[in-house]
Design a binder for this molecule. Structure first.
Ligand SMILES: *Cc1c(COP(=O)(O)O)cnc(C)c1O
Length: 387
């Protein structure tokens, strides 16, 4: 076994066509936003995932901010989100003055526990934000029913959920991001499909499309102007510069052309990990990803759950000594320095458990099968030593 190879946590995958398309964008003579490649990417998403409208953004954070503006979030409005998530899920709504009501995760998997949501709904509640952790679907039928009953909006944080699906009660396979009123995706270099920094707002409720285009373009109706629908454009609303340049969109296009290739490879790596570690899970030494009946796997994250934070620390140190770099995340948002004084004091047991015990193993397109097997081998060795 090779000793000195270093297995990083992530390596951005390049298809080889990125610079070619960036060159084309430059040759086309328009490298600001909403040009040839932006439209090509947006069209691809609308066709493949049946979004009513897709708008590329400079990040998923920006897409969430657009969604918070579109949802008309004002001071005092309440937004229900999981505490076990990336900061942007909360931040986008906090910037609009929202009070965040954090939900706990499931016992079996880190997604929000839908059974708790109804108890958290008040007259001030405006939005539910399900986060499809590791690209594995939240129970969207249950969430959409609650939204209907209480007249709430659902904004999916689909940052990790590209090309993943939810099987609804009627047995229909729905792409994640196509179910809520809106959804936000990320093309950050740590995600499956990348553009360096990048994101997308997907809109499924038509009433938001016109205003979304305005907010996207600094509060102007420039998009309508370019389509020839108005004869001059001007300032009509709030907004910001949410659209990425054509350089970013051209990069993204090279990735989208290879989406199936990327997904198949990642799922293969995921399965190698899963079957390699299954015996440890069968013996209750570690926990592995639980896949609800209604969810598919998009090979975004491979994680294991350790018994406690001490075991996790020891395993991280052991793997690092073998030149393997796993990472953990998220520090519970409800007890973060920024939010702990604003949180209502509920204890979120499962959130804190994932925060302490979840460990992500190296995962990227170019990760070789023998490298995965090596990581699997060392994890077994760790538990043999620490019996
Ligand atoms: C990555 C991520 C984000 C933020 O994406 P950016 O494109 O970096 O802004 C938001 N939410 C979740 C759940 C994420 O994993």
């Amino acid at each position: 076994m090779e000793k000195d190879i270093i297995i990083p946590f992530n390596k951005p995958f390049l298809t080889g066509k990125e610079t070619h398309y960036i060159h084309e964008a430059i040759k086309l003579g328009k490298i600001s936003g909403n040009g040839y490649f932006t439209k090509k990417c947006q069209h691809f998403f609308e066709e493949r995932y049946s979004f009513k409208k897709a708008l590329l953004t400079t990040s998923c954070t920006d897409a969430l901010e657009m969604a918070a503006i579109l949802a008309n979030i004002k001071a005092g409005d309440e937004v229900i989100i999981p505490s076990y998530t990336f900061v942007s899920t909360a931040l986008a709504f906090v910037r609009q003055g929202a009070k965040i009501i954090f939900t706990d995760s499931n016992k079996d998997h880190p997604n929000m526990d839908v059974n708790l949501i109804e108890t958290l709904i008040t007259p001030a509640t405006k939005v539910i934000v399900p986060v499809h952790y590791a690209g594995i679907a939240c129970d969207m039928d249950a969430i959409m029913e609650l939204a209907k009953k209480y007249n709430l909006l659902v904004i999916e944080d689909a940052a990790q959920a590209i090309d993943s699906y939810y099987m609804n009660k009627q047995g229909k396979k729905l792409p994640l991001g196509s179910i809520g009123h809106m959804a936000a995706f990320s093309f950050h270099e740590t995600k499956n499909i990348i553009a360096g920094e990048g994101g997308m707002l997907a809109i499924n409720d038509k009433q938001f499309i016109d205003r979304a285009e305005v907010i996207w373009e600094k509060g102007t109706n420039r998009t309508k102007f370019f389509r020839g629908e108005v004869d001059k454009y001007g300032w009509i609303d709030i907004g910001s510069s949410f659209l990425p340049s054509e350089v970013t969109a051209a990069f993204l296009w090279a990735q989208l052309e290879n989406l199936d290739l990327i997904q198949n490879k990642r799922i293969k790596i995921w399965n190698t990990y899963f079957y390699g570690l299954k015996d440890l899970s069968d013996q209750n030494i570690i926990g592995l990803s639980y896949m609800p009946q209604y969810a598919t796997n998009n090979g975004h994250i491979f994680y294991i759950i350790l018994k406690n934070i001490q075991v996790r620390e020891a395993l991280i140190a052991f793997l690092k000594s073998k030149q393997i770099l796993p990472v953990f995340h998220y520090l519970s948002l409800h007890s973060s320095p920024f939010y702990k004084d604003k949180h209502d004091g509920r204890v979120l047991t499962q959130t804190d458990r994932y925060s302490d015990c979840l460990l992500r193993l190296p995962f990227y397109y170019d990760l070789q099968e023998n490298e995965v097997n090596q990581i699997v081998f060392y994890i077994h060795e760790f538990f043999n030593i620490n019996k």
